[in-house]
Each structure stands twice: as C-alpha cells, then as structure tokens.
Design a protein around this ligand. Sequence first.
Ligand code: 6R9
Length: 657
Amino acid sequence: MSNESLANLLKEERRFEPPADLAANANVTAEAYEVAKADRLGFWAEQARRLTWDTEPAETLDWSNPPFAKWFADGKLNVAYNCVDRHVENGLGDRVALHFEGEPGDTRSITYAELQREVSQAANALTELGVQAGDRVAIYLPMIPEAVVSMLACARIGAPHSLVFGGFSADALATRIQDADARVVITADGGYRRGKPSALKPAVDEALTRPGTENVRSVLVVRRTGEDTAWTNGRDVWWHELVGAQPEQHTPEAFDAEHPLFILYTSGTTGKPKGILHTSGGYLTQVSYTHHAVFDLKPESDVYWCTADVGWVTGHSYIVYGPLSNGATQVLYEGTPDTPHQGRWWEIVQKYGVTLLYTAPTAIRACMKWGDDIPAKFDLSSLRVLGSVGEPINPEAWIWYRKHIGGDRTPVVDTWWQTETGGIMITPLPGVTATKPGSAQIPLPGIAATVVDDDANEVPNGAGGYLVLTEPWPSMLRTIWGDDQRYIDTYWSRFQNRYFAGDGAKKDTDGDIWLLGRVDDVMLVSGHNISTTEVESALVSHPKVAEAAVVGATDPQTTQAICAFVILRGSAAAEASGEAESAALVEELRAHVAQALGPIAKPKRILPVAELPKTRSGKIMRRLLRDVAENRTLGDVTTLTDSSVMELIQAKLPGAS
Ligand code: 6R9
C-alpha cells in the first residue's frame, strides 16, 4: 500500500480528556497497560480469576501448535453458572438482569433468580429432547428474553449454539444448519418489526425441507406473536408447553475451558459463510474483562444497553456473555429505533435511566439524519459512557454522538474487533484515554496489534498498511468449524505468525491506530491507495450529508474511479430535487472532498440516494454498490436487511430503465 496517500489524508485534531470523576473512580487505570506489558500471560491469568472455575487452570496459554491456541486448557468451568447462578449465590438474585422492552410496548423485568430458573428449565427441556454435550443447536429468534435463555441453556449443557439472524432467509438458515449439522432448532412463531408481526417459523419449515438438514429432530417454538403457524407433529414443540413443565433446578456440569461454546457464521464477501468457533474459558475471560474495562461497568448502579441483535457477535459478547458474567443490569429491546417514532431509543434511555450505551455508527448516522431536536426532547443525563462498534465511525458522527446523546460530557469509546476476535481488541479506555474522534486508538492491555506494509514490516508512525494482531489472545477464534485449513489460509498465511484481520489501518503521528475499512474495499486511483472510510468521512463532514458509501469502479484512465453514494440530510434532499440544483450540490460535495483530502480523492461521480444497502448488523455492503457502479448484475443479496434498496439505487442511475 502506498503510505504517502494513506498517511495524512484526513486531519482530525480534536481531543477529549476523560471526565475527572470518571477517571478518579475508573475500573481500569493506565497502570494496567504497564502490568500487561511486563507479563502478558500473567495479566490474562489474573483476569481469568474474575470467573468461578470448578478446576482452576494452572496453564495459561498453549501455543505449541500455532495457529491453534489453547487457553487455560487444564481448567474446567460452566459458562452459564458464571453468567447466572453465581450471582444468585452471592445474594444478588433480586437484581434485574434484563429489562425487556418489546416493540409493541410490552415489558418484562427478569431478575437473576428468575433467569436461573428459566435457564435451568430450558436446559432440562433440551436434555429431554435428547441434546447432549457437543450437539449443535441452531437458534433463530427475535430479540426476546428466550433468545438469551436459549443461549445460556445451551452453554449450561455444553451444546454449542449457532445463532442465525431473524432477518435471514430460509436459504441462509439452511446453509448454517447443514454446515453445523444442528440437531435442534429453537425459533418463534414470529417477532415484531416496524409495528407489525413478522413470521419466522415458515423459514424454518422451508429450511428443513433442504437436503443436509435431516438430523434436526426437534423444533422448539416460542409463542411471541400468537399468529397461526404451520405445525409438524412429532417434530415441533411449543416452548411454553415443554420448557414450562420442567423442574426449575438443574445442576450445571463443568466443562473443559476449550469446550466449544458457539459457532457464529460471518457472511464474508465471497464463498460460503465461515463458521467461527469460540470456546469457553478464554472467551469468557476476555469478554468479561473487556466489558468491565471498556464500559467501566459498576454493576450495582449502572444500567447498560447494547442495541445490537443477539444474532451478531456484538450481541453474543456484549449482551449475553460479557454483561451477564459481570452481573450487569441491562435493557433488551426487540424493535427498530424508529418504531413507533424516531425518539424510541431516547425514550428507553430516559425510562430505564441507561448509563452505558453501546451502538453502531449506522444507527448514529440515522439519528443525525432525523435531526438534533429528537434526542433533545428526552432526559439523557443518566448516560456516562457511549460505545461504538461495527464500522469506522466518521469523526462528524462521533462528535454528534458525544454532543447530542452524551451532553458533551461522556467519553465515546470506538471499539474495534471482529466475530473472529470474540471480544474488543482496540479501543480507548473511558477513564484513561484522551479520545480522538474517528480513531479506535490503542490495543487493550494484554492485546498486541500493529500496522504492517506489504512486506510485513511494521510501518512507522504517520503511515498506513494492514492491521495485524501479533500475539494470541484469550477470546480468539479457535478455527473455522470443520475447516482448519481455511482457518490457516484466511487469517495466518498473509503474514507469517501474525493474524491478518483484513482491515486497512494507519498509525498517526502519536502511534494511535485509525481503521480504514476492509482491504477489499481500498481503492487504487492513479497509483494511489485511497481508503473508502476517509472519503466517506470527508463527505459526512459536509453539513448537507448524513451518510455516504464510497467504492472504486473500474476506470480506463485511473485504474479505479471514486464513486460515492450519499444520503442527504432532510432539508438538503428537498433543495436538491431539481436537476440543476442536484448538479450544483454534487459539484459542491466534490469540491469539499478535494478541499478536505486533496484533489486525488475527489469523487468522479456522486449519486444522491435515499438508502444504502446494509447487512443486519448495519455494515454497508460496498460490493453491491460496486456492482451498480460497474453496471454488473448484483451479487448475493441474501444478507441484506432490505433488498428493495438496491432497486431504488439502480433506478436512480443515469440510463436505467
Ligand atoms: C464486532 C464486529 C468485523 C469488521 C472489522 C472491521 C469492522 C468493527 C470497528 C470496525 C472500524 C471499529 N469494524 N468495529 N471498523 N472501527 N470500531 O463488528 O464484528 O461483524 O465480524 O465485523 O467490522 O472491518 O473487521 P464483525
């Protein structure tokens, strides 16, 4: 990658010191970096003591057969016991674990003691269905408490779960059931989305007609919407009938630290989805520690809310395993942010007094587009730490989040990690780091990351290249389910002995890390590597732009030409409705990017659109926009939230029929 072009494109000089009171009482201070640096494995062995082990591990890391790691291999524990029972045993049974808020407005608060009873019943039910330790269970549920209960019940009996997003099609579900050879599917009649019931069970019925799914013996169905549902006798069982009839006691069994906990499929841009395998002791250690450190969780007083879906890794690590292992009280919300009105999230923050909020840049940009006046109507003064995950956060979105949600008071932690890393890896700490809008900044204590060039040499400060992780970490993926060779090829072959994350990054002059998007998305323009992220951030820094997606389209003169799709803010969209006005605005935006980043980064084409194609976790699917920009037939759209978005975009193209 050419360093010169990546190095100093976007200038971002704003800095925000941690609030003094937060710094004075922070769970983790600057000392942790020193301690971990002096003895990395000793540091992680110490963090493992956050958990309750049946057999304490004597060994920390076994890296004798890289890249296949074993952490705490001689230890034994039960993950569900750590997330539920031990809090009850410690006298915290009456503490609320989950404040559930359904989209239609139904609510349910579940204490740790209640959670213990429900998880025990569900574990007994799975056992009655014949599920044994090691058997895989597919979970295809909306964001309801039963999703959390199901995951914990699987963990309790040592049956690895595989969650599939409620929005995925029967095809996507079938592929995942086949690959993991699941024995049971847990689903619901449906869930609520955008004010209406949306059925789930029909997709399960369809998926189970496909070859390779024959080993699914039972389908356990939660009644959520009460709508009519087709029924296969002998296979389908109602949750309330089977689970509700079980004893409320269940003795958790201790499993090896390396016992598989879950498989989670990453869609990837090409090829068949990869089943990322996570195991028990190391994973739980890192998600527990990072949740405590990065959110500064004080379990007795904080109310935490992560808006992710449980079907995304963020839901696994920072709704279920991290927060619950720490005894947190949290909000679980079923629906979308704009149902029934665009202030729904802020209403929830006010209602429950949420103190720690974790969400994605895509949601922040949507709220920016809806207007500052919406959050301003609610009391958000309880908030004390704001987190971001999923994509690089544009500096303007970061500033908006801090100002309009955080009252210009709260730290914003931009957390970089992946399904594969299991837990947060690169992030500021809210009581320690002077934050920089748009940068994830520094690896956590105990984590080793850097940026290298094509030849695997570490780049100097001020230069760009590829993000790599240079030491194994406790919550790392152990392999790709059923495909060790693909695990080696995908992550460990590009650079020797280093984990290749697939993201471009640069180090600024202080050595802080800025993520620049997936390397597959980096553009090559007249011999310069230009990151999509930086051009998008430059566009979003223009007051008329709410959101932008940038791709490189093949170009005879310049190899690739920068093509931008932008969503305008409310009033700007109306103003640019005429052809002449629209052309003038496009010119204004091109000039703005040239001004911010230099003439080389000036987009050749800018197309105002109403929506952008996104995955269920909110990531922009640039490859589909590349297909549009290069006039190709669209690739796989099955993981899109809403496939009609692509038709709208194609209709806007000049020359489209
Ligand atoms: C947790 C999660 C992983 C990819 C990752 C990167 C992007 C996530 C980011 C970020 C910049 C951040 N990503 N967090 N990029 N800054 N704070 O998102 O997992 O769905 O597997 O995606 O997301 O490109 O490689 P996953």
